[in-house]
Design a binder for this molecule. Structure first.
Ligand code: FES
Length: 162
């Protein structure tokens, strides 16, 4: 079973060192860590704060503000279902219900094998595709249950698989 990568402290320190003293670089630094490790380990907050002369609470605040940053490991594939108005009127809610059943996850959950994370967002900015979702950076629109099943199959989700 795949597990989130163990923290590679060498890699983490290299990212922090690259931005040492650059207070303005907090967000790019956090994005770097997020992309490299798939999340921002709690243990990295102190060293980041020290390197950028900030308070740990400032780092925490930024992480909780930005949807793309997370203190928890996420799945290899992050599914984001739109719950905005345009998607809602085109059946977005039933797509979300169907997706929850297919991946056996609730909003905000990650599968035990770290394959999928399910999230919802206020609007994906692709309302003309309603109902829409994203898997990592890829957009999918005009969704229907069969379409969702075939998209999930592309990402390695087999029918009946946990
Ligand atoms: S409302 Fe769903 S993409 Fe905008």
């Amino acid at each position: 079973m795949a597990k989130p990568k163990d923290i590679d402290w060498g890699e983490l320190e290299a990212i922090i060192d690259k931005h040492r003293g650059e207070t303005w670089a907090l967000i790019p630094l956090l994005q770097d860590i997020q992309e490299t490790l798939g999340y921002i380990p709690e243990e990295s907050i102190e060293p980041i704060a020290e390197a950028l002369n900030l308070f740990p609470s400032q780092i925490q605040g930024v992480i909780s503000f930005y949807a793309g940053l997370s203190l928890k490991p996420k799945g290899k594939y992050v599914i984001r279902i739109c719950r905005g108005t345009a998607c809602h009127v085109k059946g977005g809610r039933s797509i979300l219900r169907f997706m929850k059943k297919e991946v056996e996850l609730d909003e905000g959950e990650t599968s035990p094998d770290y394959q999928f994370t399910l999230e919802t967002v206020a609007c994906l900015g692709a309302c003309f595709l309603a109902p829409a979702m994203m898997v990592n950076r890829a957009y999918f629109g005009k969704l229907s249950p069969p379409k969702v099943t075939s998209i999930l199959a592309e990402y390695g989700k087999k029918k009946g698989e946990d």
